[in-house]
Design a protein around this ligand. Structure first.
Ligand code: 6CS
Ligand code: FE
Length: 300
């Protein structure tokens, strides 16, 4: 008898071997029957590419109001709080987490009919917010986010069972080629990269500033770029957004422009895909990174 025959199989096991590996995704991408705010072509494109840019997810005025609120939160942020992340090298605020629970304006946008409705449409049923954050990317100094699949981290470190989650990156400032916009690899959601390396204890204390585990080697990135439709960096004004599947390979470079690039990230997960014990065998990360007490989004 082989070991594989007796070991419960985790299709998305990662960070256990010395070599990386690409395996096929085992889950649907669009789980719903199609009803919701997105039109058929948008839904089809999301399914094929693993991401979808939207010119206007929220209106410009609301984006401006959220940006003012984001700046106010950054100015008032206590750098010693766990959910406030400072840029590597110190100084400016890089991210503030869990704003859907701690701030009324951000709570409202997360549960608004269009935003939550799109999440329900793609994920096929009721959803909750697994994680939210503002990424500030300060002017001239905001550092990169290296390539990664969110799902790899959420599966290994948080215990997200299946690929039934998505992110919305909502642009509160313009995103352009100078300020480190989100980059996505089209079609990469179809393959899962098992990463190498043994996750250190309390990995999140470093990974949120600079991720080193759960990231693909150059060869894996090359495979994804060549198997899919290549790298895209959707740009847009305040209020535009990019939706992307939880397994879409993505990252962003630093901000060398003289203005901040500020985005709201909201991660929706299906209520049927709530977190269990982390698949990597370590204790779960704190709640601000992965909600362990899901509340249906309309009840927030
Ligand atoms: O840790 C998280 O949940 C998110 N942040 C990083 C830097 N990588 C994985 C995931 O996107
Ligand atoms: Fe990410």
């Amino acid at each position: 008898m082989t070991l594989a025959a007796t070991t419960p199989r985790d299709p998305y096991a990662s960070r256990f071997a010395d070599e990386w590996e690409a395996v096929k995704r085992e889950d649907p991408i669009v789980w719903g029957d199609g009803d919701g705010p997105l039109c058929r072509d948008e839904l089809r494109s999301y399914g094929t590419e693993g991401y979808l840019p939207l010119d206007k997810l929220i209106d410009r005025q609301q984006a401006a109001e959220l940006l003012r609120e984001a700046r106010r939160l950054a100015d008032a942020a206590d750098p010693d709080k766990m959910d406030v992340i400072i840029e590597p090298g110190g100084g400016a605020v890089r991210s503030i987490f869990r704003v859907h629970r701690t701030n009324e304006l951000f709570r409202q946008v997360c549960k608004s009919p269009r935003v939550a409705g799109i999440a329900r449409q793609i994920l096929g049923g009721e959803v909750y917010i697994h994680q939210s954050r503002i990424n500030f990317k300060p002017a001239c100094s905001g550092k990169e986010f290296f390539w990664h699949s969110d799902f790899e981290t959420w599966h290994v470190e948080d215990g997200m069972p299946r690929m039934r989650a998505l992110s919305m990156s909502i642009n509160l400032t313009e995103n352009n080629e100078f300020n480190g916009p989100l980059m996505v690899v089209g079609g990469s959601h179809e393959l899962y990269i098992r990463c190498v390396g043994d996750t250190p204890d309390n990995h999140f204390q470093d990974s949120l500033r600079r991720q080193e585990y759960g990231v693909p080697p150059r060869e894996a990135l090359e495979l994804l770029v060549e198997a899919g439709s290549g790298i895209a960096a959707p740009k847009g004004p305040p209020g535009s957004a990019t939706l992307f599947d939880c397994n879409t390979m993505h990252g962003s470079v630093g901000n060398l422009s003289p203005y901040p690039r500020t985005n709201l990230f909201v991660v929706f997960n299906s209520l049927e895909n709530a977190l269990i014990e982390p698949f990597g065998g370590k204790p779960p990360r704190p709640e601000f990174l992965g909600e362990r007490d899901p509340v249906e989004v309309s009840q927030l």
